[in-house]
Structures are given as structure tokens and as C-alpha cells.
Design a protein around this ligand. Structure first.
Ligand SMILES: [Zn+2]
Length: 408
């Protein structure tokens, strides 16, 4: 038996019962000590979805989000939205052995009918036609490039999340993480944008409503960018609460403000740059959890972007793996209380090839209760800006005032 490292903790359902400490065989390279600390009856209840074809989504010869252009000194390199930031998450999950404690969800191709739950036929046809071009195309804003055949990858990524939803409602898993690619939360019904082609999270919400008769859904978006597409899809739909926690006016630069409430169920939490774990955890405690308590959703979705992390090249927030882990734990506790633990996370952004894998591993460890790795970069937990600053505190308070709009 491996000794308890202190990383583990009783899960919400444990109540007064001491947790079981069990030792399991090593997997992967065998270099990580495995420590499982949770009730046996909740073991192997976390789903995980990824497909190698997601790595073949070709975002072209870019320099960040600019097409390379040697005449102005933009040396050919790669897009921020690069495979390494996703593939390395998957590789760590496999090599650490965590994969052996997750239920692998095989993706399927989403149908056009499913895409139409959110998107116009015009947009679907446009993506299909761009996908057939010799050198691929763009999803609609000239910063969302993809290679020939990209459509096949996109529908598999969407379909993988739908399979995750099926597994949750069939009771095969309690929660899950879909390492989908490309991201989706910026995609509008009639246009792709910001690396997003189809709004996979919104499609999954509508799919859950249509297939399983779900009446109330809550979406939390912790990607550093404003979830504009998701907001647009559900802006006048009070069956879905959408909460976007984002860096104020990072992208898209116009919008994402606190006065955009729609039918009363849209809550934006625009945070000034610089905030870290305490700002995010206070948002979860003071906005998200009370929203869950008031609205009582039947399932919670998380648009999970690791570009809020401290080492992200695009975001200027400072969440660490510890912060993501604690946010996950709080959402799991709320899901346990209000919706039988149903919690589906799908991947959005996150552009640090170094740190995104650590964050992904941390979230999946928390979801599954299997703890294998600490954060090698945990010195970032001691950065001064991890403390809540008064500007962020005031911003969170403004968003908190919107809770009164939510239906009960
Ligand atoms: Zn993002």
C-alpha cells in the first residue's frame, strides 16, 4: 500500500465514513506511485474521450493567430491552437497510468441533424465545402483554419461529447472529461470563429435536452476567453444557465460584460487580468455554487479551458493545477448534491504545451479520485497574485447580484 500523500481527501458522499485506502498495481512506465483514496463503489466512474485523429486537425503555418508572412517578419511557425497542447495532455494521462482508471469513451461521428441542434445548414454546408478544398479552408473568420478533410475530425469530436452524455445518462459513468479538439465555445450558430468550428458544448446541452428530456442545464465556462457562442445560443433560453468566467475583454474584445443577461440566465464574470486561484475559487463559491443551489440543474457541463492557467501564452490570469483541482472538487460536490453527480467537462482552449497537461491530469485525478502526480510547477501557488485582489473581488460581487434573476 502506498502511503497517503495528503493529495487525496474524502469525497462528498463519504460523510462520516472513513475513506478506503487501496493500493492498485502500477501501470504505464511504473514510475508513478498510485494512491487511490475513495469509496470503492465510486471507483471507475469517470469517463474519458480522446481520439488520435484530433491531432490531425491542421491549423496551418501560423505565428500565433497570424498567418505567417515573411515580408513583414512573421516567420513560419505554428498556430497557438496547436496539437501539442492537447496531445501532451493525452500522453500524460496514458503514461501516468491514469488511463487505466478511466472508462474510455469511444467517439462517434455526430450527425448533421445533431449539428443542426445549434447550427444553420448554411454553416454546416460551408464547413463541408471548405473541408473538400485542396488546401483546406477556414471556419469563417480567417483565424480558424483547417486542413482538407477537417470536417471528419470535427464531427468525431462533437460526437465524442455526445457519447459522454449518453454514458452519463445510462449510468455507466458519473462524470467525464472529453478532450475534444478543436474548441467550440466561440462558434456561433452561423459562423465559426476563434479556433472554434462547431459549438460542441451547446450541441451536447441540446442533445441532452432532446434525448433525455432534461429540463434544466447549467454550463460553467472557465476558459480564459468569453464564451460568446454559448451565450448567443442560450441567450433567450431560460432552461439553460450559462456562466462564463473570463478575462475581461480578452477575446472577443467587445462583449462578455455583466449587463448581458438575456432571459436572466446568462451570467458573465469578467475579471480584470492578473487574478489567480483565489479569484476563481471565490467566483465558484459566490456565483457558481449559489446558481446551482438556486437553479437545481439536472446536469452540469464545464467548458474547460486551461488558458486561464498561470503559464498560458494568451491569457493573463494565473490559475494553477491546484486551482483547477479545487474548482473541480467544488463542482463535483454540488453535482453530487443536486444532480446525482452528473458532470461533463469538454475541452476548450489552453495553449501552454508545458502546463496544460499538468492541469488536465489534475482535473482528471480529481474527477476519478485516483491521485498519481503532483504539480511539478507548484511554486506558482505561492505567487502574490494568487491572493484575491480588490478589483476582482468587486467584479465578482457585481456578477453575484445577477443570481436573483435565475428561475428557482
Ligand atoms: Zn480560450
Amino acid at each position: 500500500m502506498n502511503p497517503c500523500t495528503g493529495l487525496c481527501r474524502p469525497l462528498p458522499r463519504l460523510s462520516a465514513t472513513p475513506p478506503d485506502f487501496i493500493a492498485l498495481p502500477s501501470y504505464g512506465l511504473g514510475v508513478f506511485s498510485l494512491h487511490v483514496c475513495r469509496e470503492l463503489n465510486t471507483y471507475m466512474t469517470t469517463g474519458y474521450m480522446y481520439h488520435e485523429s484530433f491531432g490531425w486537425h491542421d491549423t496551418g503555418s501560423f505565428v500565433g493567430d497570424m498567418p505567417s508572412d515573411i515580408t513583414i517578419g512573421l516567420q513560419p511557425y505554428h498556430n497557438w491552437e496547436h496539437v501539442d497542447t492537447k496531445r501532451r495532455i493525452h500522453e500524460l494521462i496514458v503514461v501516468s497510468g491514469l488511463i487505466n482508471h478511466l472508462k474510455r469513451i469511444e467517439p462517434r461521428d455526430a450527425t448533421e441533424e445533431e449539428l443542426r441542434l445549434v447550427h444553420t445548414q448554411r454553416h454546416i454546408d460551408f464547413i463541408k465545402s471548405q473541408s473538400e478544398l485542396r488546401h483546406g479552408g477556414d471556419a469563417g473568420d480567417w483565424t480558424t483554419p483547417f486542413g482538407k478533410g477537417g470536417y471528419g475530425i470535427f464531427i468525431k469530436s462533437v460526437g465524442g461529447i455526445l457519447e459522454m452524455v449518453d454514458a452519463v445518462f445510462r449510468g455507466e459513468i458519473k462524470n467525464g472529461y472529453a478532450l475534444s479538439r478543436p474548441p467550440g465555445h466561440h462558434a456561433r450558430p452561423d459562423q465559426g470563429m476563434g479556433y472554434c468550428v462547431f459549438n460542441h458544448g451547446s450541441i451536447a446541452v441540446k442533445y441532452a435536452q432532446k434525448t433525455y428530456g432534461v429540463k434544466r442545464v447549467l454550463v460553467v465556462d472557465w476558459d480564459v476567453h468569453w464564451g460568446n457562442g454559448t451565450q448567443e445560443v442560450f441567450f433567450e433560453d431560460n432552461s439553460v444557465v450559462t456562466i462564463s468566467i473570463h478575462q475581461d475583454r480578452l477575446y472577443p474584445k467587445v462583449g462578455g460584460m455583466v449587463d448581458e443577461v438575456g432571459s436572466g440566465t446568462n451570467i458573465n464574470v469578467p475579471l480584470s487580468a492578473g487574478g489567480g486561484n483565489e479569484a476563481y475559487l471565490k467566483t465558484i463559491d459566490d456565483v457558481v455554487i449559489p446558481a446551482i443551489e438556486r437553479f437545481k440543474p439536472e446536469i452540469i457541463f464545464v467548458a474547460s479551458g486551461f488558458d486561464s492557467c498561470v503559464f498560458d501564452p494568451l491569457g493573463r490570469m494565473a490559475v494553477t493545477a491546484k486551482g483547477y483541482r479545487e474548482m473541480t472538487r467544488k463542482l463535483m460536490q454540488a453535482a453530487d448534491t443536486y444532480c446525482e453527480g452528473r458532470l461533463v467537462m469538454h475541452h476548450e482552449g489552453g495553449y501552454s504545451a508545458h502546463y496544460s497537461p499538468i492541469c488536465g491530469q489534475a482535473v482528471l485525478q480529481e474527477l476519478s479520485g485516483v491521485f498519481l502526480l503532483d504539480d511539478p510547477f507548484d511554486e506558482a501557488n505561492g505567487y502574490p497574485n494568487q491572493k484575491l485582489n480588490p478589483i476582482n473581488a468587486a467584479e465578482i460581487l457585481e456578477s453575484q447580484k445577477l443570481l436573483k434573476n435565475l428561475p428557482t
